[in-house]
Write a new protein. Structure first.
Length: 452
């Protein structure tokens, strides 16, 4: 089954599994862009603070089990497959008919229970209001460190905070065609009486919807913002004082807002983890150690007849808002130092590709288009053909070199090699950028890992 939003099936499935999601605390994160980074910041700080934690994000980058982590490490393949088999058996035996994402959600929640995590950071899959992860409910416990440490499976824990990151236009066929409509779906994760942290850089249309929904739920709304002072940006916190946004190792100006969301969320958790989160150095250490692959990430790749690795920038930008942020990064950090940028691109079907292409690719650039085959565990995902994407580039941008290089179900790494060969013809160290889909980046990283 493909995408079929709703909570009935996942609710039934989790009940039969003993409601594993009620045995740990959670942070629920929704948004169009930035939610994965916020999840990464939070779990990195939990590691630094020795708080046993889980993280559930989607889609996976390389393997299906990558979407579930315990203390920052992907769960093992064997554990994932064992729990998945049990969840699928429960689904089948009771004729529930859960979707693939609902099954994956149940697997993650069951693994978190089995691994005795104290808190899990859960990213929404699609939208929010009707997403399978929105089965999470508010905690009904009093905050107390002794209670947190002493509870066991079967007693009701739940959501301690919700987070709404930057919202833009994406998945309109499911969520609506305006920012207000999409924001209404995203704000559906706001829980009665539970604090909600919102990225204050959102458009007014978005913020007004979030404010209204928070008020309806009697939820404390916390604006996450950053300040500017003497050539630096900082995030002010009541508990730990100011944090310089340069602390983050993640690239992109938008990380200031993402980091603000994470820090404001951590402040709300101090009542539940007063000892673990009291030290500013612990928080800073967690931020500095944050890793979030596939998003403005430099990856060293080896090419035939090249002695040393070549740095390639990979970014999963797949909607207009993310494309604009990628373009801003390129204008500041790459274009001033290179004759042109050599792109490798591929898109998931259904995306507004021409709008994305126009924001990133400029006159004089080179573009190798490719595609990708089926995604493990996500049979409804498919890509535009390399030829279709090449035509969209030609229709969208003048005076660019475009070549379609279909993968034929084999390796997208060939497209990156071709881009390097073309770029190195007139520049000793050409700039190579891969973007358009996390699935494309995942496929390239898989082949790179196999070859090295």
């Amino acid at each position: 089954m493909g995408i079929d939003l709703g909570l009935r099936r996942v609710s039934q499935l989790l009940a039969l599994l003993g409601n594993p999601h009620k045995s740990w605390y959670s942070i629920h994160v929704a948004g169009t862009n930035g939610k994965g980074s916020v999840c990464a910041y939070l779990t990195s700080v939990f590691q630094s603070a020795s708080i046993r934690s889980g993280r559930f994000t989607s889609p996976h980058l390389i393997n299906r089990w990558d979407s579930i982590t315990i203390d920052g490490q992907s769960v093992s393949e064997s554990e994932f497959l064992n729990v998945e088999a049990a969840v699928r058996m429960t689904d089948s035996a009771n004729n529930i008919g859960a979707t693939e994402f609902e099954l994956l959600t149940a697997v993650a929640f069951e693994i978190f229970a089995k691994q005795h995590v104290r808190i899990a950071v859960v990213e929404v899959g699609l939208g929010g209001r009707l997403d399978a992860t929105n089965i999470l409910e508010p905690s009904n416990e009093e905050c107390s460190p002794t209670v947190v440490a002493g509870k066991h499976r079967g007693q009701d824990k739940g959501v301690l905070a919700t987070v709404i990151t930057k919202i833009g236009l994406d998945h309109q066929s499911f969520l609506g065609n305006t920012l207000s409509e999409i924001a209404s779906e995203k704000a559906g994760i706001i829980k009665p009486g539970v604090a909600c942290i919102v990225d204050a850089t959102n458009a007014d249309d978005v913020l007004s919807v979030v404010y209204r929904v928070a008020q309806e739920n009697k939820s404390q709304l916390i604006n996450a913002s950053f300040l500017h002072s003497k050539n630096c940006h900082f995030i002010d916190t009541k508990l730990w004082g100011p944090f310089n946004t340069k602390l983050t190792p993640l690239l992109g100006n938008y990380q200031k807002a993402n980091l603000a969301c994470a820090l404001k969320t951590l402040e709300t958790l101090i009542e539940w983890f007063p000892q673990e989160l009291k030290d500013q150095k612990i928080i800073e250490e967690g931020i500095k150690n944050t890793i979030w692959p596939g998003r403005l990430q430099w990856v060293n790749l080896m090419f035939p007849n090249v002695d040393s690795p070549v740095s390639v920038l990979m970014d999963g930008a797949h909607n207009p808002q993310a494309a604009e942020e990628l373009s801003n990064f390129l204008e500041t950090n790459i274009r001033p130092f290179h004759k042109r940028i050599n792109f490798v691109i591929g898109f998931t079907k259904g995306k507004n590709c021409k709008n994305i292409i126009k924001k990133v690719i400029k006159k004089g650039d080179s573009v190798i288009t490719t595609d990708f085959d089926s995604i493990d565990g996500m049979p409804w995902i498919s890509s535009y053909s390399a030829e279709d994407t090449a035509k969209m580039v030609s229709d969208s941008v003048d005076s660019v070199f475009v070549r379609a290089l279909p993968s034929h179900g084999e390796t997208q790494l060939d497209a990156v090699t071709e881009s390097y060969i073309y770029g190195s013809a007139d520049e000793k160290e050409p700039s190579i950028v891969v973007f358009g889909s996390l699935y494309l980046i995942g496929k390239i990283l898989i082949k790179h890992k196999e070859q090295n």
